[in-house]
Design a protein around this ligand. Structure first.
Ligand code: QAP
Ligand code: CO
Length: 172
């Protein structure tokens, strides 16, 4: 089922998510709905809180070299923790919860993470480049943060200005 994605400035996006305790049918239904929703809305990443569910679950699905999103490349991430990180990288990010705005964000260039798959198997892996950026972006959602909170002061002002302009245009 495709769920509704909540968008900025919905307060729910600030809510910290909670750990998942049971790796059951209900979790699998949530992950399946998140996948359907992410693909339908042309996303490459989605956190459960973006469909208003405050649980520590996120998905990442990058397009392959043929620009196709193959389900076999889907990353289902439960209760993630960053256990190591190094370097820094600047990447232009966007977010389904902040539609039509893209800007540069600085993040760790390499991360080591620990998480669980949908069956409760523990996974420890390293990620860098776009996958590492996507992981950090989605993990921010679980803590109640959006990428626009990580923009430089000037870029944040630019965002506020553009967002207000868009709001005014909508009201007409
Ligand atoms: C997070 O972002 C991300 O404005 C995932 O109109 C961002 O899927 C990971 C999207 C950057 C790595 C690098 C945004 C779709 C999707 C929009 C997304 C839009 C339609 C964003
Ligand atoms: Co996002």
């Amino acid at each position: 089922m495709i769920r509704e994605i909540i968008t900025y400035p919905n307060k729910k996006l600030k809510e910290p998510s909670k750990d998942i305790k049971k790796f059951d049918k209900e979790l699998h239904l949530l992950l399946d709905d998140m996948y359907e929703t992410m693909v339908a809305k042309n996303g490459i990443g989605l956190a459960a809180i973006q469909i208003a569910i405050p649980l520590n679950a996120l998905l990442i699905l990058l397009p392959d070299e043929n620009d196709e999103q193959k389900k076999e490349n889907l990353l289902e991430v439960i209760n993630p923790k960053i256990i190591n990180q190094k370097g820094s990288i600047i990447y232009q990010e966007g977010c389904l919860s902040v539609p039509d705005y893209y800007d540069d964000v600085k993040r760790a260039e390499w991360i080591e993470v620990e998480y669980y798959d949908r069956f409760g198997n523990k996974i420890v892996k390293e990620y860098d480049e776009l996958l590492g950026v996507a992981f950090q972006h989605e993990m921010d959602h679980l803590k109640g943060h959006l990428f626009i909170e990580r923009l430089s002061y000037l870029k944040r002002k630019k965002f506020d200005k553009e967002w207000k302009k868009k709001e005014r245009a909508k009201k007409k």
